[in-house]
Write a protein that binds this ligand. Structure first.
Ligand code: ZN
Length: 375
């Protein structure tokens, strides 16, 4: 599910916030989102409150997670055929999300999006064949698949994989079907409009699903609906941002008037600059080399831990994000998504400007009101 379009700067693969790294599969890091814990709690409560055997649940749960992971690896494998790298797979309670290292052209997006549900259909076929070979299928009627009985974890998994494939093919963001719809629409309409349509479908799907969940009542559906709504809204905002910045170089949005600190400046000097200017992030230089970046949060932490007379060199961030002034702004947007982020804009080792989330949002606002960038 959800091959989010992002581009990360080499060496600066900003991981999705709110996640912890769990393991690697085929060289792709797999991270767990903190909401994943909600799923674990939900399952735990369900097991306690149900008469079903916990071993059936355990097998089904494990099988489902493996199915979701294989679905994501399907996306990653096909993406790699198009020369696109998957930077991470994030596991959410309602499924996975594969982040690619750059935006996908429409044809690649269709193939990559189809690969996930295809994996689930193959898994379902495999399970079905296995059940036939062991005669288990003979005792499971179609009705049991629609209302899976609790006796066979394999039947539950078969049903689960068909559901995963079907659900992901719904033509609405952030489902894979929404990506296919967007890619198909983008052949005939501008990308932003195609994304808006797919995202609108996602919101409509979420609202209908949420209402049905509330009325039936099935609260798991409401929970799913919330995630779909948030995913669709996020995608809309990202698409708008992309369309407002596409083809514009970073130099058009960067801050060109700023203060720097020397590596032997003290935390007191930095605090004085923080108070006397509106700047929050200070590049640290040594001779004519940029050696680090001291942001507001690091500065406050340094005052508390090291005191005002310590050198900034001891507290600055040496692993800062550096961008080229000619790079496409649309491609660095995902890197700047983290609040309070600051990147240094550098050309041939020389500092040309700063790019912060604050000036980037001002730039987006001005673009939205039709202001043309000065390139
Ligand atoms: Zn998918």
């Amino acid at each position: 599910m959800l091959p989010v379009q992002t581009l990360s700067h080499p060496g600066h693969q900003a991981a999705t916030s709110g996640t912890i790294k769990a393991f690697r599969v085929c060289g792709v890091p797999v991270r767990l989102h903190f909401t994943f814990i909600l799923l674990v709690v939900f399952i735990f409560v369900s097991v306690l409150g149900s008469a079903q055997s916990s071993s059936t649940y355990a097998i089904f749960l494990l099988g489902s997670l493996v199915s979701v992971l294989l679905h994501e690896l399907g996306h990653a494998l096909v993406a790699s055929r198009f020369g696109i790298r998957t930077t991470e797979i994030v596991m959410f309670p309602i499924g996975g999300l594969s982040r690619m290292d750059r935006p996908l052209p429409p044809t690649a997006e269709i193939c990559v999006a189809l690969a996930g549900p295809l994996v689930n259909l193959l898994l379902a076929t495999g399970i079905f064949c296995y059940m036939i070979s062991t005669h288990e299928a003979a005792v499971i009627k179609i009705a049991d698949l629609l209302h899976p009985n609790n006796k066979s974890p394999l039947a539950l998994l078969l049903f689960g994989n068909i559901l995963l494939a079907g659900f992901n093919l719904l033509p609405a963001f952030p489902m894979d079907g929404g990506r296919i719809l967007r890619a198909l629409l983008s052949y005939i309409r501008p990308e932003e409009e195609a994304t808006r349509t797919a995202a609108w479908m996602g919101r409509m799907l979420a609202i209908s699903m949420g209402l049905y969940g509330l009325l039936s009542p099935q609260f798991m559906l409401v929970f799913f609906a919330l995630f779909i709504y948030l995913g669709a809204a996020q995608e809309s905002v990202a698409a708008l941002g992309r369309s407002l910045t596409h083809g514009i170089p970073i130099r058009a949005a960067m801050i060109t008037e700023f203060h720097t600190l020397e590596h032997h400046s003290t935390i007191r000097d930095a605090a004085n600059l923080l108070l006397s200017t509106s700047q929050q992030d200070f590049p640290v230089i040594h001779g004519n080399q940029i050696v680090g970046l001291l942001g507001r949060n690091l500065l406050i932490r340094a005052i508390a831990s090291d005191g005002p007379d310590a050198y900034v060199a001891g507290s600055m961030d040496r692993d800062f994000l550096a961008l080229e002034p000619s790079a496409d702004l649309a491609e660095v947007l995902p890197l700047m998504a983290q609040a309070g982020r600051c990147a240094l804009v550098m050309e041939n080792g020389q500092l040309r400007g700063l790019l912060t989330t604050d000036n980037l949002s001002e730039f987006l606002l001005l673009r939205r009101f039709g202001m043309e960038p000065v390139v």
